[in-house]
Design a protein around this ligand. Structure first.
Ligand code: GAP
Length: 431
């Protein structure tokens, strides 16, 4: 059985910051706690994961429609969804220091008598629209992308002539004023979600719940996250969110233990029924074949894009002892997800070698994410490419000028093979 690796956290955080995956936000001003910016490699990785998520719907036999909904919606949405009343965490204060904790996350070493009674704290960020601030101008940054889908259910149904079962998928930023954010990008106040609301008949709920649990679990494995670090856990009745009939989490084995990566919930018709009641709009589905009108049930696979990126970095991080007693560090990204797929390295900074590299780059860069890397010694450049997880490096040396051949180095096996420059496209196509 795999065990949590406490040291891994520090290593991954350090390398992520050193190599341009994730930076602390506002770092030139000392940083803003628990707020992060994604650097060039982190941004590409995030885009790749997001693209992979959208592409995973290609083999779903029914339609999954994309939407991209507003962060700021009418406050009526959050009244109806229950977030204004229910989206709270119990908070306690530590009297001697004034520090605040979520009631279930108080450090063990604090004395009970030093803590205040728990009180409810709403996690939504409130702001105002327009120049006048009054009770009617209050709006909220969305705490989940899901409601943007529910309030567009009828729009999608009508414009796409959608037939049940079908899904609507939404990806984007969500905001929660978490009392105790932390563990790097695991829990932040601003994060990205990727959510599907899948609409089906009530009698098919269980079938589709099982379908999505399996499909989403397979997706995490296909990213390259180790199977032994993934598990399913069903919520006890006492932990169910206010809208859920049943929830199964896909959990990842983080350096501190098992924790949520994605939640798959049966929301029944909680949301559509509430929005129908409060908006006065008919949100029922008419099944013309069976002449039935009903509010569909909803299965919701709700994942975190930024949290997935973190789990992926942790899972593919590897250290390897080399023959000469040196150590190398590798992110073993799959070829599809690696931020840089092919590094192109001239053996030295000589102009004619760099020119060959540029030519090779011109041929490959339309189909692959490439980088010409000329800084530092070749050994250091290989180490850097390993650290950022580049699966292949092409090295151009002086012989290349004579024989028109280059060396391809495989990140994982470190095997090198000599190949003609004309055959490079064919070589990578075959992968
Ligand atoms: N619509 C249902 C919903 O939002 P959730 O379990 O609260 O469910 C879904 O959130 C996913 O969003 C989580 O599994 C996690 O991956 C991600 N997530 C939630 N809160 C987060 C936070 N503060 N920081 C980073 N990711 C978060």
């Amino acid at each position: 059985m795999e065990k949590p690796d406490k040291e891994l956290f520090d290593k991954v955080v350090k390398i992520s910051q050193a190599r341009g995956f994730v930076f602390n936000a506002s770092s030139i001003y000392g940083g803003l706690r628990s707020s992060y910016d994604y650097g060039p490699l982190g941004t590409i990785l995030k885009q790749n994961i997001s693209k992979y998520w959208w592409e995973s719907f290609n083999d779903v036999e029914v339609n999954i429609y994309p939407v991209d909904t507003a962060i700021i919606q009418s406050s009526d949405v959050w009244k109806s969804s229950g977030h204004l009343d229910e989206f709270t965490d119990p908070m306690v204060d530590h009297k001697p220091t004034g520090e605040r904790f979520r009631a279930d996350q108080v450090p063990d070493d604090l004395k009970k008598e030093d803590l205040t009674e728990p009180r409810q704290f709403n996690l939504m960020f409130e702001t105002n629209i327009g120049p006048v601030q009054d009770e009617n101008s209050a709006v909220y940054l969305r705490p989940e992308t899901a409601q943007g889908i529910f309030v567009n259910f009828e729009n999608v149904l009508r414009t796409m002539r959608a037939k049940i079962p079908f899904g609507i998928a939404n990806i984007g930023k969500s905001f929660r004023n978490e009392i105790t954010p932390g563990q790097f990008i695991f829990r932040t106040r601003e994060f990205e979600q990727m959510e599907i609301e899948f609409f089906c008949k009530e009698s098919d709920e269980d079938k589709w719940m099982d379908y999505w649990i399996n499909k989403r679990m397979d997706w995490y494995k296909s990213l390259g996250i180790k199977e032994t670090q993934l598990q399913l856990r069903e919520h006890a009745d006492s932990e169910l969110a206010h809208y859920a009939k049943k929830t199964v989490d896909i959990e990842y084995l983080y350096p501190w233990g098992w924790g949520e990566l994605e939640g798959i919930a049966n929301r029944g018709n909680y949301d559509l029924s509430s929005h129908q009641k409060n908006s006065g709009k008919d949100l029922t589905y008419f099944d013309s074949l069976n002449d039935e009108k009903y509010l569909p049930s909803v299965i919701e696979p709700a994942g975190g894009l930024t949290r997935t990126l973190f789990a992926l970095l942790l899972s593919v991080y590897d250290e390897e002892k080399l023959e000469n007693d040196e150590k190398r560090t590798v992110f073993r990204f799959t070829f599809e997800l690696a931020p840089i797929q092919i590094g192109i390295l001239p053996l030295s900074k000589k102009d004619d070698l760099i020119e060959v590299c540029s030519e090779i780059n011109k041929t490959l860069k339309n189909d692959y994410r490439t980088e010409v890397d000329i800084t530092q010694s070749i050994g250091k450049r290989y180490r850097r490419q390993d650290e950022i997880g580049t699966p292949y490096c092409i090295t151009v040396d002086f012989e290349s000028l004579e024989d028109n051949c280059v060396t391809i180095r495989d990140r994982d096996t470190m095997k090198q093979e000599r190949i003609s420059i004309d055959k490079l496209s064919e070589y990578f196509e075959k992968l």
